[in-house]
Design a protein around this ligand. Structure first.
Ligand code: AMP
Length: 434
């Protein structure tokens, strides 16, 4: 039997990992410049946490969670990161330790969706959460932060959509207005929308079904129903985005799939790259009621999550070349030991080195060195060993010269650095994100 990865869950092979590390590094650096610190939460949580925070009538909770029973407890693989962060915030009474917390996370999420390009069952999200800041300056700053990050990653065709859905009071008023509009058209709605009409009419606004879209045409706009305080928040958000020069469009129909949002909502999309229909790179919003809803104090919060697979599909810039490295070709058993020590010295000086321990003639070693992609090759034979020297071949320039053994590591490192001055920084990045 040939095993395959679970449908919708992908291997990330070593050839692809460099792009992931680059993206993760850029995200971490940006987040840390904005004062976010990393939090790591478990991949499993009690099912009830997601039901309560994401909302019972959302797609995620209704049909996409990987849930199982273990010793009478219902557990779920996290479908997103915000609920876990808020749970940790409440559990550890973080509000009593600092007035504002800025956290970021990065890791796999799980949703049993229909797999397609840009939509998977295990996918990676990176996200930020701000607890304790009611905004709207914080809202504008994280939208701008994301926009600049995507620009820095070389993603073209960026679109920022923002909306406000107000607080609970505005939502309730709007719910009634929307129901008054939709109830007479109930029979024209899709079956799914009909079943949700009374429980969650707002979600019908972002249905992709043409029947639902037709029924929503001419519905009252949420932005017209904002309370005075919600409106002031919304207008200040727009003012701050204008001051930052972040281009955005107001999208009154933007409601997003999760129930916990209040006031600010946003999405960033890209119309370029290989994204296709799944072109939302990141989405987020304010969720002022969640911390309290999970049994904590009344602490406002805002956050976003971005999907790493989609960002990689949207990034069209060529990958950074691999780190230049040195291939060590020992001829004979004694030379092998010397090569192992020399390779370690090269690595200690911060460069990549690989020893070919498979044995063989000098000719076959050199063939392997060529096909390995190495820039330099150090040949260590019996006679070199006896004379305390090594032969250094530059594989791209086809030149060769002899070096004293004790100078070899330093010389090799100087040569490799001359080829790629950024190699050291890039290898440090890969190391810290591993
Ligand atoms: P959400 O948590 O649904 O607000 O999604 C935030 C971001 O995560 C989206 O904009 C996508 O980039 C990414 N995302 C969500 N679901 C998936 C999925 N099934 N596969 C890949 N990326 C996803």
């Amino acid at each position: 039997m040939q095993f395959r990865a679970v449908k919708g869950m992908n291997d990330i092979l070593p050839d692809e990992v460099g792009r992931w590390q680059h993206l993760e590094h850029c995200f971490r650096r940006t987040a840390e410049l904005y004062g976010f610190r990393e939090i790591r939460t478990p991949l499993l949580e009690q099912t009830e946490l997601f039901v309560r925070s994401i909302g019972e009538t959302t797609d995620v909770v209704e049909k996409e969670m990987y849930t199982f029973q273990r010793s009478q407890e219902s557990l779920t693989l996290r479908p997103e990161g915000t609920a876990s962060a808020a749970r940790a915030y409440v559990e550890h009474s973080i509000h009593a330790q600092e007035p504002v917390s800025r956290w970021y996370y990065l890791g796999p999420m799980f949703r049993a969706e229909r797999p397609q390009r840009g939509r998977y069952r295990q996918f990676y999200q990176a996200g930020c959460e701000v607890f304790g800041d009611p905004g709207p300056a914080a809202d504008a700053e994280i939208i701008d932060m994301l926009y600049r990050l995507f620009q820095e990653l070389g993603i073209g065709g960026l679109q920022v959509a923002v909306n406000s859905i107000g607080g609970p009071e505005t939502r309730e008023r709007y719910r009634n207005a929307l129901l008054a509009h939709l109830r007479p058209k109930a029979a024209e709605l899709s079956e799914h929308a009909q079943s949700r009409l009374e429980a969650n009419p707002l979600r019908i606004l972002d249905s992709k079904d043409a029947r639902d879209q037709a029924a929503c045409a001419g519905a009252p706009s949420l932005l017209d129903q904002l309370s005075d305080t919600d409106r002031a928040h919304w207008q200040s958000l727009r003012g701050a985005l204008d001051a930052l020069g972040t281009p955005y469009q107001v999208e009154a129909g933007l409601v997003r799939g999760l129930d916990y949002y209040t006031r600010t909502l946003f999405e960033i999309r890209s119309t370029e790259g290989q994204l296709g229909a799944q072109n939302t790179l990141a989405g987020g919003g304010r969720y002022d009621g969640m911390v309290k809803g999970l049994g904590g104090p009344d602490v406002p919060a805002i956050g976003f999550a971005m999907g790493l697979e989609r960002i990689l599909l949207a990034m069209t810039r060529p990958d950074a070349p691999p780190l230049p490295f040195c291939f060590l070709a020992p001829i004979g058993a004694a030379a092998l030991h010397s090569a192992l020590v020399l390779a370690r010295e090269i690595r200690q000086l911060g460069c990549r080195a690989e020893v070919d321990g498979r044995g063989g003639s000098i000719k076959s070693m050199l063939r392997r060195a060529d096909s390995s992609g190495a820039r330099l090759c150090l040949v260590l034979g019996e006679s070199e060993l006896a004379r305390g020297v090594v032969q250094l071949k530059d594989l791209s320039q086809r030149s060769q010269h002899e070096l004293p053994r004790e100078d070899a590591a330093r010389f090799v490192v100087e040569q490799l650095r001359a080829v790629d001055p950024n190699a050291e920084a890039r290898s440090a990045v890969a190391g810290s994100d591993a």
